[in-house]
Design a protein around this ligand. Structure first.
Ligand SMILES: [Zn+2]
Length: 281
């Protein structure tokens, strides 16, 4: 079911406390889409700790304070493209660490890279071109000349498990690996509610009408800046007709005869597991 409390040891903040120097700090260092991770002797991957970034012999374009994890300060940092990982560490593609780190670390790494990108993308005001100023009380950049404010961008997207009796609607998207099926998903459009988004996406992708839409849970997905909002829905009417553009194939599946589906850690995988638990034999 929805995850709760994974952030219980993380306290977000925008500005570091004074006298915060000389503390052992978690460094979320990014070289483009790659995060610097340390591999322990028992082959566990984690975010490296150091008082100063210079200990890794890496220089950063900019750093951003993220708050505290387990009582320790956390920073994200944008390393130069030619940065080299020190011994015992490696730059790894963020997507690839999903299975190798604790969920709280993955979530915070996802936040960190989005803060790095927001910082990169908003150095100047998009309206008048003046240098933007980073605000101290909220995660925002403000133009001193025209007042335009830029917050980190989030793109809400729905993901929906449509149920018909004891079957679930699964689809193969053109973007998936061969043979992999998942529940339907799509980005919310300006001006629509999430429930309307569920109805529109299911209709556009497979020409099915749904009813009894219920919230399931959510998951931040930093590729590049989605917030996945999960729903369950019941089949109301129609016959499956894949749109042929995004969706190549779609069908109803019983719990005992599922095709390959996403891993359980993703919300899509968690919702399929929920279906099996509730609709399996
Ligand atoms: Zn401006």
């Amino acid at each position: 079911m929805p995850r709760e409390g994974v952030y219980k040891t993380y306290v977000p903040a925008v500005t570091a406390e004074e006298n915060g120097e000389n503390e052992l700090t978690y460094w979320f260092v990014f070289r483009e889409n790659n995060i610097l991770l340390q591999c322990s002797q028992d082959h566990r991957w984690g975010v490296p700790l150091a008082i100063a970034l210079a200990e890794f012999d890496i220089s950063a374009r900019r750093i951003q304070y993220l708050g505290k994890l387990e009582g320790r300060p956390c920073y994200s940092a944008e390393a130069l493209p030619d940065a080299v990982a020190p011994e015992g560490m490696r730059f790894r593609e963020l997507r690839s660490i999903f299975d190798d780190v604790e969920e709280s670390v993955f979530l915070l790494a996802g936040k960190a890279i989005q803060i790095v990108r927001w910082d990169q993308d908003n150095q100047y005001c998009g309206k008048c071109g003046s240098a933007a100023e980073t605000q101290k009380t909220e995660r925002a950049k403000k133009c001193p000349d025209c007042g335009q404010v830029r917050y980190p961008q989030l793109s809400p997207a729905i993901i929906v498990a449509v149920i018909r009796d004891d079957q679930i609607l699964l689809a193969h998207s053109v973007n998936f690996a061969a043979g992999v099926y998942s529940i339907l998903a799509g980005f919310a459009e300006p001006g629509e509610t999430l429930e309307e988004c569920v109805q529109r996406e299911v209709w556009e992708e497979v020409k099915i009408r749904v009813k009894n839409i219920r919230y399931f849970g959510s998951q931040p997905w930093p590729f590049p800046n989605s917030l996945m909002i999960g729903f369950t829905a019941e089949y109301e009417s129609g016959e499956i007709q894949p749109d042929g553009v995004e969706i190549e194939e779609a069908a109803w599946f019983k719990a005992a005869a599922l095709p390959l589906t996403p891993k359980k850690m993703s919300i899509g995988g968690r919702m399929v597991a929920w279906f099996v638990e509730n609709y399996g034999e």
